[in-house]
Design a protein around this ligand. Structure first.
Ligand code: HEC
Ligand code: HEC
Length: 350
């Protein structure tokens, strides 16, 4: 039987379907089709948009699966294959994952403490790095915050509020590489979009989740409140506090520190770059020789002193482009540094 469009029943059914589609949760999949979905799986940025929040500078409608795949390859390997030929490496010295994780880094997304971050890394078998994770970076609104201005000076001005520029800054300067071509930058943005936060990642109350579900029925004030609640459920901008090298009279030299925690930091952070075959010529291991090297220098103000290297890192130079990023207080607390020293003391058999 042929369906007649002017049949009143068809009209009602089609009309109802349209209303349900518009009231229910919509999202656009890879093929550009809108469909309703489980609110838990909804993108945080879509929900904020539907609630009437201002769009972010780097806002994009959707990701393209193939572009996101290329973006991931660039992040992991620094290059990709085009027509069976390798593209030019972003950097000869680093890939993004030398300094950034790609997954979740905190149990509770409002947490920023170095202790909580290390616990999570320990429980989930991931590294503990000087850079913040790329997971959920799409939902952040500010980059290279606070003290990074001291390191990158005017370069951060354009990168603070624009994710694309932040990527370019890191590709060229943090990675000792080059600015990305348009297609490379676009692919990485698609990767970021793919890995944005979902409602289920936030710890929203049952009531707030229900309100998200029926967002279209909320009053203006309720919408504004819900925007606030959602935005305070994750970190919009990671803090970055630079600390000076600790003065010798403040150093505890491991006293009261936990060597077990120190060992975790050593394995999950230092060895991420300093184990054999990694990014630097300085090979670190669990030998008493390595321990002894650190211990001999521990009281100094030099790059071989843990107190200095952790807070200042090293600088990229002509002829020696590999450098070590510094750890902000948010990425390693003074207590953790003392734990690390306690472990090194154990290694040195002192
Ligand atoms: C040698 C270490 C290193 C490498 C390699 C590196 N980064 Fe970074 N990156 C950092 C540090 C340190 C920061 C400081 C801010 C932070 O992440 O908290 C940072 C910040 C960023 C930020 C801003 C994050 C924020 O929330 O403030 C972006 C975006 C970024 N990097 C992208 C990249 C990309 C893309 C690559 C690879 C092409 C890359 N980075 C490679 C160390 C590195
Ligand atoms: C993102 C990679 C990375 C991480 C993480 C990292 N380093 Fe480094 N580190 C480097 C690079 C690169 C150099 C430069 C050495 C070179 O020229 O090869 C360096 C240099 C050093 C130096 C030598 C300084 C000198 O001038 O002789 C020490 C000591 C050091 N790192 C200790 C550590 C310790 C301890 C940790 C953990 C808290 C750590 N590093 C974490 C990459 C890293």
């Amino acid at each position: 039987m042929k369906t007649k469009l002017n049949n009143p029943l068809t009209f009602i059914l089609v009309g109802a379907a349209i209303i349900v589609t518009f009231l229910g949760f919509k999202f656009k999949n890879e093929n550009g089709i809108y469909r309703t979905m489980n609110v838990q799986k909804a993108n945080v940025s879509d929900v904020l948009k539907f609630l009437g929040d201002d769009e972010m500078v780097h806002s994009m409608e959707n990701f393209d699966t193939e572009k996101a795949r290329i973006g991931e390859e660039l992040i992991l390997n620094g290059r990709t294959k085009i027509d069976s030929k390798y593209s030019k490496r972003i950097s000869k010295y680093f890939v993004c994952t030398d300094c950034h994780n790609l997954g979740r880094e905190f149990e509770v997304l409002t947490d920023e403490s170095a202790e909580a971050r290390l616990n999570y890394a320990d429980e989930n078998g991931i590294s503990f790095m000087p850079g913040s994770t790329f997971w959920g970076i799409y939902n952040r609104t500010s980059f290279y915050n606070n003290d990074y201005e001291k390191k990158y000076d005017l370069l951060v001005v354009d990168s603070r509020d624009t994710l694309e520029n932040a990527v370019q800054l890191c590709a060229k300067y943090c990675s000792s590489g080059r600015y990305l071509d348009g297609w490379e930058l676009e692919s990485i943005m698609h990767y970021y979009k793919k890995n944005e936060l979902k409602i289920e990642d936030l710890s929203l109350s049952e009531n707030d989740t229900k309100n998200v579900q029926k967002y279209a029925k909320l009053k203006k004030g309720e919408k504004t409140d819900l925007i606030e609640t959602i935005k305070s459920s994750y970190v919009q901008a990671y803090g970055a506090t630079f600390l000076p090298t600790m003065p010798t009279d403040k150093r505890k030299y491991g006293e009261g520190g936990n060597p077990e925690t120190g060992k975790k930091i050593y394995n999950k952070s230092c060895l991420h770059c300093h184990s054999s075959g990694r990014v630097t010529n300085l090979k670190l291991d669990h030998s008493s020789l390595t321990g002894g090297m650190f211990w001999r220098n521990i009281k100094k103000y030099s790059d071989k002193s843990l107190y200095q290297i952790v807070r200042h890192g090293t600088y990229s130079m002509t002829g020696r482009k590999q450098y070590m990023p510094l750890y902000t207080e948010e990425k390693m607390s003074d207590e953790q540094l003392n734990d690390l020293v306690a472990y090194i003391k154990q290694l040195a058999k002192k």
